[in-house]
Every structure is written in structure tokens, then in C-alpha cells.
Ligand binder design. Sequence first.
Ligand SMILES: [Zn+2]
Length: 271
Amino acid sequence: MKLFVAIDLEGICAVVSERDADREGPAAELARRHMRADLDAVLAGCLAAGAGEVVVCDAHDDGRNLDAGGLPPQVMLVSGGGGRHSMMQGIGAGCDGALFVGYHARAGTEAAVLEHTWNYKVFSARFGDLEVGEFGLGALLAGHFGVPPLYVSGDDKTAAEVRALAPGVVTTTVKKGVTRLCAELCPPQEARERMRADAESAVRRRAEARPLVWNGRPLTLTFTRAEFCDRAASCPGAKRLDGRTLKIAGETYEEIYLSFLTCVRLSDLEG
Ligand SMILES: [Zn+2]
């Protein structure tokens, strides 16, 4: 059995501040240690459930948050940024399930720790009436390859977002958002015991899980400012709907996902 794990930072145990999510500094160093400990807990659950191979994508920022040292021999770490599938680099048809660790709620969610969608320039991402964040965008790509989402860890708002979109997915809540930058933290050791047990039971029950299926609607991508949309609008195939909004169509979900990534990368460019 082969599993895919995408791991982000904002939904990791004890992470609450932008400083934790930075590339450098003591807060970032501590956050990365928590990230590795959360990963170790989930990997222990995966291996206990019989996983023979686990691909882990370091999905936060530039993808250089985790040290491969000491990982179990069944684990392959995808490290570094710019991969074709970005946060989902390593997903493919050969995987039996996808797990999402340290995930956060989509942009605009109230009382959700460090909420955003991909970068801080995206206001919303919707397929018709279905609004999605990073979990939805990634789980739909897994679905494109026939891979079901099995498990998610993060704050309580992330868990609610996941339940609404994919009701059968097992979630572990590791903190309760009070504001965007304040949370009630579960003691990490206690949270990790639940993570290990929840991930193990999610993987054991994978036969009941179903891939998330794209509803066939184009992506409506709204930025927070017209300036960001101006930059992204040069993406081939993107149609400008208004000052802040693009429509992105595609034959397959993967096509839309790749265009979305291009738009987001363009929106980050200066000048
Ligand atoms: Zn993220």
C-alpha cells in the first residue's frame, strides 16, 4: 500500500503566528520541529496500518522545512519548491490514499488560524457555488488520479471545512482558533497521540473512502486587489471577469489546477 502525505505549516500543533511560518528566526525553527513531530505521529499511524511506501510532500512555502534525516525507510520526502503539482508534488495514480497534515482553513474563514489560500493574494477560489481552499484544491487533484482523501489535521475550522466538503474524511483538531492570530492549543503530545491513532484508523478504513470528484465547473478565482489580477490575467486561457476576478476553464481538473498555479505564481511577481 502506497500513501501520499502533503504537509503544510499553519495547521501544525502550537503554530499561531506569521513569525512561526517565516523562513528564518527562532519561532520558525521551533515551528519546524513541531512540524516534524506532527509528521512523525501521522507516519507512525500510516505504518501501523500497513503502509509499505509513503511519499511526503513538504508543502509549506519553499518546501525546505523538513529534514529527511531519521525518516523511516518506507518514506520518500519531496523537498523543495516549484514542482509541477506544487503542494501535491508526488501524487499519482499509484497511490491508495492522500493525507493532509498541518492544513489550514481557506481565505476569509472567521477565527481560523492563519487562514489563506495558497498565497495572501487570493480572496476566493470557487467552482460554481463550491468554494474551496488548499484542502479542496489538493483533494480534487488527488481525485483526478482516483486517489481518495483519508485524513486531515489542523485547527477546528479546517476540520469543519473538510467535513463540509468530504464528510467521510477523518480529522484531528489540534487547536481551536480564537482569531486569525490566536488559538487555544491542545498540548502537542496529547494531540499527536490522537493524530497517530486517527491516521491509523483512517488508513485501515480506506476501502470505504471515495475520491473527491470535480463538479465540472470552471474555476472562478478572485484576488484581493486588481493589481494581482492584472498580473495573473496574462495566463493563457484565463478570462477576465472583472477587476479582481478570472475564470479558468479546462478539459480536466488537472488542467485547471495547473492554470491556477500559474495564475498564483504570476500574481506574486513584482513589476
Ligand atoms: Zn498553506
